[in-house]
Design a protein around this ligand. Structure first.
Ligand code: FAD
Length: 275
């Protein structure tokens, strides 16, 4: 990465990796209205900057392990075979027509002196809801306002897909050998039986997969919400490029790190050809 940064410096290009959104805002390039609201004068008015924020939303389903599972876990610890997470199950909600749109991630943990816990984290990989990032003020030390607006899609399809995943996990924990290892569901338990319950639960207990994407969306010039073109160049500028997770118009149905590597490589390749 440092070689790549050196290469960019050589080109005298201004390119930012993480937080290009905030960098763009610091250059006074954003949707004019929010900039004016915090007392900054826009140099370029690009309405899509800071919009289209999304991630894979999810919840953690927690279970009390059975006595048998506790005993086997002690044996695993004794023989240094304790693994927190080893597998991901891909699954499909009812609204998914191709491939998969859910990840189920079994996870066991044990803090010193405490009993082990067993969870299955569930993530929705094709969310429709979109959030935004805005400035709180023009002072650089102020953290941005990050609002994922999970489960706010008008058709409630995101919550519905996660509810399908919850139902699937509840069925799975009744199938051997998992059934033998689980005593009871502790979270969310009776609190979440319907999509409506899930909506309420989501206000406090929703988790994200840590894959924030999309706030400098790539798109054609005809798309008024696009921030960068197909080479990562910010519309209306000569020398500002974005090369990170923020340019993804739509998050992939996978953890995002590998895609970010490819974005960096691809844009580096394009820039080297422009030399
Ligand atoms: C806790 C966590 C766990 C994750 N686990 C996985 C995983 O297991 N698998 C997976 O595929 N993905 C995972 N991800 C997601 C993945 O790490 C990110 O999607 C990916 O790293 C994003 O890449 P990026 O280039 O957009 O930003 P980053 O990887 O954050 O890189 C940005 C870099 O730019 C630097 N930077 C920022 N501002 C400036 C500036 N002004 N000047 C110079 N440098 C600057 C930062 O210090 C940083 O080094 C995880 C994310 C988190 C938060």
């Amino acid at each position: 990465m440092s070689a790549f940064l050196g290469f960019l410096t050589m080109l005298e290009l201004l390119l930012y990796f993480l937080s290009p959104l905030l960098e763009l805002i610091s250059l006074h390039i954003s949707w004019a209205q929010p900039l004016q609201e915090v007392g900054m004068l826009p140099l370029l008015d690009i309405p899509g900057v800071g919009q289209n924020l999304h991630d894979h939303p999810g919840i953690s389903m927690d279970f009390e392990p059975s006595a048998l599972a506790q005993r086997l876990l002690e044996e695993d610890l004794t023989h240094q075979r304790f693994f927190q997470s080893q597998v991901v199950l891909r699954a499909k909600s009812r609204q998914c027509s191709t491939g998969f749109d859910l990840h189920l991630v079994p996870y066991q943990s044990r803090k010193d002196g405490q009993e082990a816990s067993f969870s299955i984290m569930l993530f929705h990989l094709a969310p429709r809801s979109r959030g935004q990032v805005l400035l709180r003020g023009k002072e650089v030390h102020l953290p941005p306002k990050i609002d994922f607006r999970f489960f706010t899609d008008p058709g409630k399809q995101d919550a519905s897909a996660v509810m399908d995943g919850i139902d699937l996990i509840r069925r799975l924990v009744h199938v051997e050998p998992v059934a033998n290892a689980v005593k009871r569901e502790t979270e969310p338990g009776q609190r979440v039986r319907t999509v409506r319950d899930l909506g309420k639960y989501a206000h406090t207990d929703l988790i994200s997969y840590g894959h924030a994407s999309g706030t400098c969306k790539m798109g054609p010039p005809s798309d008024p919400t696009a921030v960068v073109d197909s080479s990562g160049q910010v519309y209306g500028t000569q020398n500002i490029f974005v090369a990170d997770a923020s340019l993804m118009p739509r998050i992939p149905r996978a953890p995002t790190n590998f895609t970010c590597f490819l974005i960096g490589l691809h844009i580096a390749d394009l820039l080297s050809k422009m030399m």
